[in-house]
Structures are given as structure tokens and as C-alpha cells.
Write a protein that binds this ligand. Structure first.
Ligand code: ADP
Length: 290
């Protein structure tokens, strides 16, 4: 069965009526998957495709979206289904016509993200399954201590991958050893988006905040705030909204570099190039804080 036949079948089953694709349009802007809008002329859906081996990635994306949706805090596209057929894997999401956000809408996004971060898990930090960050595996075993989790499963893991890619970072191991001592601030377990750069923040046509394409887990909420400052940045109204709802703790500015090192190491692992010297500089900067 072709992947499109399977997608039609799954949508028909969920809608409880026949769905036959009448139009299929490519959607740009994604980084790792092919994205489409499909429609039967009435209902519209957002579909992403990748090779069959990526089915677990789509399953984890659907699970993450479900958890975020269940928090009733900020809008995410509703996951409709996922699967694999004929050498391809797919995820089907609710189609949301996107618009723009004014500063009030960005303020609301900050407030709503803070509300999502209020969701805690009694097992601490991690997630009930592994997922991916971009195209890279992300390990999420439940861990009581945040510093240990971030040292081993975030920075340590990316440094191991880097080594396999020929990246040898000076003082990388020393940094991993010191991370638990750097992260001794009071940390709540928070449901985080996990990959919150500007390309994954959007607004509906009514200006309602939406977050897309998560790498969900329970972690320190500061990881999401830190990432919003990378790769484009969010406008000041977003931070005003967040701080109004749940002010950040002292020391965030120092921890931010450590948290963003994870994404820069991941970019080195995905794209190589100049990210190596950026990561090395960040490792040295964080070590000066010890
Ligand atoms: P990728 O996983 O390949 O990075 P994204 O999930 O980021 O792809 O989606 C790519 C782009 O498609 C987004 O930047 C956004 O503009 C648009 N998009 C994503 N989800 C939806 C949706 N549910 N409805 C409409 N457009 C969407």
C-alpha cells in the first residue's frame, strides 16, 4: 500500500468518513522532513514524511504533542496519526492556518509557556520514551537529580556523538564532571518543549500562540528560555509575559550558556563546520564559572 493510501485510510478511520486526497501541496520551512498540506476539498491536514526507519521519531513527536495538549496551556497541532508504509514513515497533524503575532500575542506566548512549565512529573526528569532533537537521538531515562540528568544524557551524550564524528573538545569530560555542581539551584520538574527556537513558534490567524515540532521531556524550564535566545531570538514581549507568569530564578544568565551548549553540540553533530569552535568557546566559558 502506498504511503498516501495508508494516510487516507488512517484519516478516514479517525474522521469516521471517507477521506480522499484531492490536493497535496508542499510546505516549506521544515528542517528534516518533507512537509505537505493535504485536503479533500473540505478538511485539511498537515503531513510530514521521512524514511521508514524514522517511524519512532514520529511516534515520539505525536506523544510529545499529546502531553503538551493535555496540559491545556498552549496550543499545539493535534496529532491525528503516524505510521509507516512502503519504505516511508509519516505523521499526520491537524492543519492550522498560520498568521502573525503582535506584541500582545508574544506576551501571551510567554505566559502560556510558563503555564505549560507548571506541569511536573513525580519521577523527576526524563520522559517515558526516548525521542530526537533534530535528527539526533535524545535519551530520556527517568532521573531524580537534574544535574546528573543534564550531565549524562544531554552534554555527555552529545560529546560522545561528537567523538564519533571526529570532534574532540578540550575539557569536555572535565565539564561533564562539573555539571552537577553547576546546577544546584532549586529545579522543578517541568514539561518542556525541548527545541524551542523561533522556527518552532508560530501564531494562528487569530494571533493565538502555537508551538510546533517538540523534543518533549521533563526538565528545567530554563532550557526552553535559553533556547529562545539562540537562532533568531524571540521579541521582548515574550520574556515580559513569561516573567509576569513565573519569574526566572537568579543565576539563569550563567546557566543559559551551559543549556545552549547542548544545542550547539547537536548542531556540530548534525552540520559540523563552525559549530565546533562555538561549542569549544562555550565549554571554556562555562568552566570559568566553576
Ligand atoms: P520539520 O519537522 O521538518 O522541522 P516542522 O514541523 O517544523 O517540520 O514544520 C515545517 C513548517 O511547516 C513550520 O515551520 C510551519 O511553518 C509549518 N507547519 C508546521 N506544522 C503545521 C501545522 N500543523 N499546520 C500548518 N502549518 C504547519
Amino acid at each position: 500500500m502506498s504511503v498516501w493510501t495508508e494516510i487516507q485510510r488512517q484519516i478516514s478511520q479517525i474522521q469516521g468518513k471517507d477521506f480522499a486526497i484531492a490536493t497535496r501541496n508542499s510546505v516549506g520551512g521544515g528542517s528534516i522532513n518533507q512537509a505537505y498540506q493535504v485536503s479533500d476539498g473540505q478538511e485539511h491536514y498537515f503531513v510530514k514524511l521521512n524514511q521508514a526507519s524514522k517511524v519512532a521519531m514520529f511516534e515520539a513527536e505525536a506523544e510529545g504533542l499529546k502531553a503538551m495538549q493535555a496540559s491545556r496551556s498552549i496550543r499545539v497541532p493535534k496529532p491525528i496519526g503516524w505510521g509507516a508504509a512502503e519504505g516511508q514513515s509519516y505523521i499526520i497533524l491537524e492543519w492550522i492556518p498560520l498568521g502573525h503575532g503582535d506584541s500582545q500575542a508574544w506576551f501571551a506566548m510567554g505566559q502560556q509557556l510558563a503555564a505549560m512549565h507548571r506541569q511536573a512529573h513525580d519521577q523527576g526528569f526524563g520522559w517515558h520514551q526516548n525521542n530526537t532533537i533534530g535528527d539526533t537521538p535524545q535519551r530520556n531515562p527517568w532521573t531524580e537529580n537534574w544535574g546528573e540528568f543534564f550531565a549524562e544524557h544531554r552534554i555527555g551524550y552529545q560529546l560522545q556523538l561528537a567523538q564519533r564524528h571526529g570532534g574532540h573538545f578540550r575539557q569536555g569530560d572535565a565539564l561533564v564532571d562539573k555539571i552537577p555542581a553547576l546546577l544546584t539551584h532549586p529545579v522543578a520538574s517541568s514539561l518542556v518543549h525541548g527545541d524551542l527556537w523561533s522556527g518552532n513558534a508560530a501564531f494562528s490567524q487569530a494571533g493565538e500562540p502555537i508551538i510546533l515540532d517538540p523534543a518533549t521531556y521533563y526538565g528545567d524550564r530554563e532550557v526552553d528560555l535559553a533556547m529562545t535566545e539562540l537562532f533568531g531570538g524571540f521579541p521582548p514581549a515574550f520574556y515580559r509575559g513569561y516573567q509576569a507568569a513565573w519569574p526566572l530564578a537568579e543565576g539563569y544568565q550563567q546557566r543559559k550558556t551551559l543549556y545552549n551548549l547542548y544545542h550547539i553540540l547537536n548542531h556540530f553533530n548534525l552540520f559540523g563546520g563552525g559549530y565546533a569552535s562555538q561549542a569549544q568557546g562555550m565549554i571554556e566559558q562555562v568552566l570559568t564559572m566553576c
